[in-house]
Design a protein. Structure first.
Length: 253
């Protein structure tokens, strides 16, 4: 018999996680309207148990909280009973804040949208009593890292949680650059996707600095392009992006 998990919320992140978990778990989704829950089921292409907030009972259930942080206090009173474990993907929402919903244990998780392809990088922090269960749960959708503090999770949110958006910007810009130089758009997109697919494997075992040095020959094309990136302050821009996202995660508490 498949394990069961109850999603509270039916947005994009909930759907991404459900796509990663539906093969190993029976899915229940608690939401505002039956029409929205039916759309979620259709997008998932897997039957789910659909429950409205007015009928929600979380007693002894494993809960995956996927609502907007600003909606936490609004939906909490609807969740009757006490959960077995509450896993929250709400950015900037502390473990203490989650206790507005009754549960035996709490865990904050920060996955990213790659969850739907089973390739999420998920950071975790919370009660050690559910650490092994949390790691096992989120490893079904990718790689996990258990951290020692909520401060570290906020930094991880800025890197791995928001990171896909940063890399998407870089991917788009690189393809646009190739088009500007005269390459057809379709060809540029094929090359860019191949680049990211290969790089994703290389970076698993090679330090970024060593990888860069292996590609950059003296006076070559890579050195010229790399110099342009440094002139454009790309390195500083990336570091500032992490700083800004981390600050935002902290003030959202």
């Amino acid at each position: 018999m498949a394990k069961s998990i109850t999603f509270v919320g039916n947005g994009k992140m909930a759907l991404a996680l459900a796509k990663g978990l539906c093969e190993t778990h029976a899915i229940e989704v608690i939401g505002r309207s039956m029409a929205a829950l039916e759309q979620f089921e259709q997008a998932l292409s897997t039957p789910i148990k659909k429950t409205l907030y007015a009928d929600a009972d979380i007693t002894n259930k494993t809960i995956l909280l996927c609502v907007k942080p600003s909606n936490l206090s609004e939906i909490a009173p609807y969740l009757k009973g006490s959960a077995y474990a509450l896993y929250s993907v709400l950015a900037g929402t502390s473990l203490e804040s989650l206790k507005i919903i009754h549960s035996h244990a709490y865990c904050r998780a920060m996955p990213n949208l790659a969850a739907e392809t089973g390739a999420s990088m998920t950071s975790l922090v919370g009660d050690m009593s559910v650490a092994s269960s949390a790691i096992a749960l989120f490893e079904t959708i990718g790689t996990t890292l258990w951290l020692s503090s909520e401060k570290e999770l906020d930094i991880a949110t800025a890197l791995a949680g928001s990171g896909p958006a940063y890399l998407a910007l870089i991917a788009e810009a690189l393809a646009d650059g190739a088009v500007r130089e005269g390459l057809k758009r379709d060809d540029a997109m094929v090359l860019m996707r191949g680049l990211f697919a290969g790089f994703g494997k290389l970076i698993q075992t090679i330090h970024p600095a060593l990888l860069k040095d292996a590609v950059m020959s003296p006076g070559g094309t890579t050195a010229a392009g790399y110099g342009a990136l440094e002139k454009g302050n790309v390195r500083d821009g990336c570091m500032e992006a992490i700083h800004a996202a981390h600050l935002r995660a902290k003030v959202m508490k």
